[in-house]
Design a protein around this ligand. Structure first.
Ligand code: HEM
Length: 127
């Protein structure tokens, strides 16, 4: 098992099932997002690879992976997209369902969502 450097507990990444689980999680999250008219408009015309990369990035924030994203870069990446509070909430709900479907325990799901919420203010433009 991979230890978390900060507190030597098992990393969130490992707790959701490690590499084997991430592919299934991205697929499930991606399908939920694309099937939902509340959020799929934002991804219209974006190719499959880029879309999956997006869902992976979303997940990476939730799992606290390498510090690839910060609030500043996320604000820049989403400027002009007019992402609403509701759209953000819907995306979070889909990730929650994908995690639960995969059998991840509720306290772990809560920790993932807590991390995802740290990006909300940077990404949402329409309040
Ligand atoms: C923690 C949450 C999120 C993270 C980490 C994230 C990450 C990213 C990144 C890294 C990019 C730039 C991609 C590139 O230039 O190649 C991007 C662009 C984009 N994001 Fe997000 N995003 C998040 C939430 C959302 C939400 C909630 C929506 C819409 C409901 C959204 C819609 C988009 C769209 C439409 C683009 C432009 C298309 C693209 O570049 O692929 N994002 N996001």
């Amino acid at each position: 098992m991979i230890a978390n450097r900060k507190d030597s507990s098992v990393s969130l990444y490992e707790q959701v099932g490690g590499e084997a689980a991430i592919g299934a999680l991205v697929d499930s999250f991606y399908h939920r997002m694309l099937a939902d008219p509340e959020v799929n408009e934002w991804f219209r015309g974006i190719d499959l690879n880029r879309l999956k990369a997006h869902q992976r990035a979303f997940l990476a924030v939730g799992l606290g992976g390498p510090e690839a994203y910060d609030g500043r870069s996320m604000r820049t990446a989403h400027t002009g997209l007019a992402i609403t509070q509701d759209a953000y909430t819907t995306a979070v709900a889909h990730l929650t369902e994908a995690l639960i479907q995969l059998g991840v325990d509720e306290p772990i799901v809560c920790q993932v969502i807590k991390r995802i919420e740290t990006m909300r203010a940077a990404i949402v433009e329409v309040r």
